[in-house]
Write a protein that binds this ligand. Structure first.
Ligand code: NAP
Length: 513
């Protein structure tokens, strides 16, 4: 009796022949690949555009063009999709509608949750696509010559032709196992991350056994992956691998919470790209390989940037290890008798005659949607020859670039947006620093208190400005859940209230004064 691998090899060789015929001597395949490369180039130029607020919209449109080209190429030139085209159209239209509705309805502050769901969908889709292709391939091997096998053969022929170099299908099976593992980890991990961001699943769980669950299920998934490659006839091994990897995803995200969540979301985004890339190898689709690799790499770079901005090590986040945190002082200890409240009129008087003002926005600006009023105040001050800038912390708000997007929406000139390191160089010469709904990213404990849970996190040193006005509704903590000694500093005045309301009153007071 022949081994299953030999059966598969013969099947794939037949498919390669069919591919030759289906592609009209390969010209269709070449045209398809050329168009896929053009789409991939558009993705790369699109990503380049996204690196600066001024070119971000153009970058988005270029990437959209790349995606439409890739979809049209697949639909028109890929015989794989001619069979069951109605499913393709149905999936495309459904995806388009969900994307459009989500873009309209989802609030800016809920964007990380939406990204988590998108990552999860990408991971699960990769898992199922790789599983379906694997199932078809092994089915052909089991029953060569059947009508169904002939159908599947024709569908997969072009894709498999390139896999036949050397006659070994192993790379397809390895890619299948990789796609299944990463896709499943991404899927379940993202759903849990979504629930955590929604507040439906507690925060970080610190039981050390979780680490073993994470590693244990990953090892089980890897063992099933090896079995699958050695003996592809065992299709059940793929689904066993997927179940183990789904459990691994849950254990991966369970110990993570609080300020580490954005890193995890970004990391899962990277994983979803890697899963798509591996699926690209399974179905031999160039554009999926390239775009998956781009998402994988950019997600990893973003995770690294965020780790640096939050003083977390990527390795620790990757393995779900929390940094040793110290004791946070109680709010009473930090604030009792030291906080000074102010009014819009007092702040307007303070701003009269100053030379340099720096606005440091945070999550509260997003919640109160006060970006337009703050721009009006900056314009009013500029009329009085005051130099206004905005200090942007890399993880201010709830997603990378959150503040840039909001301020760009309010037509704040890009030249006025300064990164944290730049602001910290001149903050001591700033007469008045207006902290608008920011908390953790301006908490001097990160710099001064080695026992603080956020010790070492880079912050904007607003406490070093001559006067600091903090606009927020109360003394409530920010995302990290710890008190902020900034509010009790000698040079700090608290303007309590909703960001938009407080700024509107301030604008009126400046105009009156
Ligand atoms: P933050 O530390 O979360 O503090 C936001 C502050 O906004 C709160 O203290 C809150 O105080 C105030 N606020 C809420 N609603 C307001 C309103 N309507 N008007 C005025 N103020 C309002 O925000 P952050 O300084 O921007 O720091 C971001 C935090 O989120 C960091 O811990 C970061 O690690 C984490 N994070 C970042 C990202 C990212 O990628 N950017 C993603 C997820 C998490 P009151 O309730 O007293 O008003």
């Amino acid at each position: 009796m022949e081994s299953p691998t030999i059966d598969l090899t013969e099947t794939l060789q037949e498919m390669a022949g069919a591919a030759e015929a289906a592609s009209g001597g390969g010209s269709l395949l070449s045209l398809q690949n050329i168009l896929y490369v053009v789409a991939a180039l558009l993705f790369i130029f699109g990503l380049k555009g996204l690196t600066h607020p001024r070119t971000a919209v153009r970058g988005n449109l270029i990437s959209l063009g790349g995606m439409l080209l890739a979809m049209a190429t697949a639909a028109v030139l890929d015989p794989h999709l001619w069979h069951g085209w109605m499913w393709w159209v149905f999936g495309g239209v459904a995806g388009l509608l969900v994307g459009l509705i989500a873009a309209k309805l989802v609030q800016m502050t809920a964007m990380p949750e939406m990204v988590a769901l998108y990552n999860g969908s990408g991971g699960i889709a990769s898992m199922f696509v790789a599983g379906a292709v694997f199932h078809h391939l092994t089915h052909i091997a089991g029953e060569p010559g059947t009508a169904q096998a002939a159908d599947v053969m024709q569908m997969s022929a072009m894709h498999m032709a390139a896999v036949m170099d050397g006659g070994q299908p192993y790379q397809t099976f390895i890619a299948t196992a990789v796609s299944g593992i990463i896709g499943a980890v991404t899927g379940s991990g993202s759903v849990l991350a979504f629930l955590k961001l929604r507040g439906k699943f507690g925060s970080a769980m610190t039981n050390p056994l979780l680490k073993f669950g994470n590693g244990g299920f990953l090892a089980i998934a890897a063992i099933f992956g090896i079995l699958l490659v050695i003996n592809p006839e065992w299709t059940w091994a793929y689904w066993a691998l997927a179940i183990a990897a789904l459990a691994c995803g849950v254990f991966f995200v369970m110990p993570i919470g609080g300020a580490d969540m954005p890193v995890v979301i970004s990391l899962l985004n990277s994983y979803s790209g890697l899963a798509a890339c591996a699926t690209g190898f399974v179905i031999n689709n160039t554009v999926l390989i390239v775009s998956g690799a781009l998402v994988g790499a950019s997600g990893l770079i973003l995770s690294k940037i965020m780790c640096v901005a939050m003083n977390r090590s990527l390795t620790n986040v990757l393995f779900g290890v929390m940094a040793d945190v110290g004791e946070a002082a109680s709010a009473d200890e930090v604030y009792a008798g030291k906080v000074k409240a102010t009014s819009a009129e007092e702040v307007a008087m303070l701003l009269d005659g100053v030379q340099r003002v720096c606005v440091v926005p945070g999550y509260g600006m997003a919640v109160s949607q006060s970006q337009h009023v703050v721009r009006d105040i900056a314009n009013e001050l500029a009329k009085r020859d005051v130099e206004v800038s905005y200090g942007i912390h890399p993880v201010a708000g709830r997603m990378p670039g959150h503040m840039n997007v909001l301020l760009a929406e309010a037509d704040v000139p890009y030249e006025q947006l300064h990164e944290m390191d730049t602001v910290n160089q001149y903050i001591e010469q700033v007469d008045v620093c207006i902290v608008l709904g920011a908390n953790d990213v301006v908490n001097p404990d990160a710099r001064e208190n080695p026992k603080s849970p956020i010790a070492g996190m880079p912050i904007i040193d607003v406490d070093k400005a001559r006067t600091c006005i903090v606009i927020k509704r109360s003394l409530s903590p920010g995302f990290a859940g710890i008190p902020n000694p900034l509010f009790a500093k000698d040079n700090t005045l608290m303007l309590f209230g909703d960001g938009k309301k407080a700024l509107t009153e301030l604008l009126d007071a400046i105009k009156e004064g």
